[in-house]
Write a protein that binds this ligand. Sequence first.
Ligand SMILES: [Zn+2]
Ligand SMILES: [Zn+2]
Ligand SMILES: [Zn+2]
Length: 336
Amino acid sequence: MAWAKFFRKPGGNLGKSYQPGSMMSLAPTKGLLNEPGQNSCFLNSAVQVLWHLDIFRRSLRQLPGHFCLGDSCIFCALKGLFSQFQQSRERALPSDNLRHALAETFKDEQRFQLGFMDDAAECFENILERIHLHIVPEETDACTSNSCITHQKFAMSLYEQSVCRSCGASSDPLPFTELVHYISTTALCQQTHQRRDESFGELLQAASTIGDLRNCPSNCGQKIRIRQVLMNCPEIVTIGFVWDSEQSDLTEEVIRSLGPHLSLSALFYRVTDEHAKKGELMLVGMICYSSHHYCAFAFHTKSSKWVFFDDATVKEVRRTLAGPLDTEVTYGRLYI
Ligand SMILES: [Zn+2]
Ligand SMILES: [Zn+2]
Ligand SMILES: [Zn+2]
């Protein structure tokens, strides 16, 4: 089970994608239909979070073209749904076109097939990966295209290295890119008990590296921890919580540990980008799983309110979020 969080960040490259006064923050809120047997709640939740990420919505609208796959084009289906969000007078819309495009695209892998329930975090991640492929049609980890929303806005460019404190030897840095930073909830709760005064980001960092001990690269006998260094400044960061069992008793503890803010320099051992060093991300979206069903929470910029989405049902959140829900989260920049 994966849960991620979405946070946004003040400051940084404000001017680039945000013009005061012009904002869309008109993002209308609508539900998404899920007829009996469709099992589309995982997709509906991922789409609601994407739609409410101002950076994503605006960037997608501004893209001039893409490599189109016709009937099975996830890009077209998502854009079509977004324009209906804006133009339709219905209170809930069908997500069928996107569901079909997703099923068609992943039929060889037997993922996201019609009528079957699937994982919302993986759906979110796969939609982003597909958007990359519709803009830059190559499978590459080191995408530098300025128009690729996926890699420009969401990707974390990292390298891993282990350095031995005892003999000073270090391993070769291993670079990689991730769209969702997965953390074990069991490890997070262990860290929460041991490090009471640390920030949410520091707890996540400790939880992500704790079980991963390696042998010293020069074999001096030490067991050493891996270090993750962030080399870019993602505007949106997604944390996926991995649950060890379907029925976890850690849910409340995990929800209590969630911070409304996340600092990138706390989340990683080191951050090299100057903007990333200063920035604080703010929680802006959550996908939750409970009783074999997904729902989502998203921060609505214009009204500064949290909105709850359960397929066709849309509700403004009037009290502090609390309850027996498992979550997935995203952080993005907060525009002030
Ligand atoms: Zn297309
Ligand atoms: Zn890309
Ligand atoms: Zn050593």
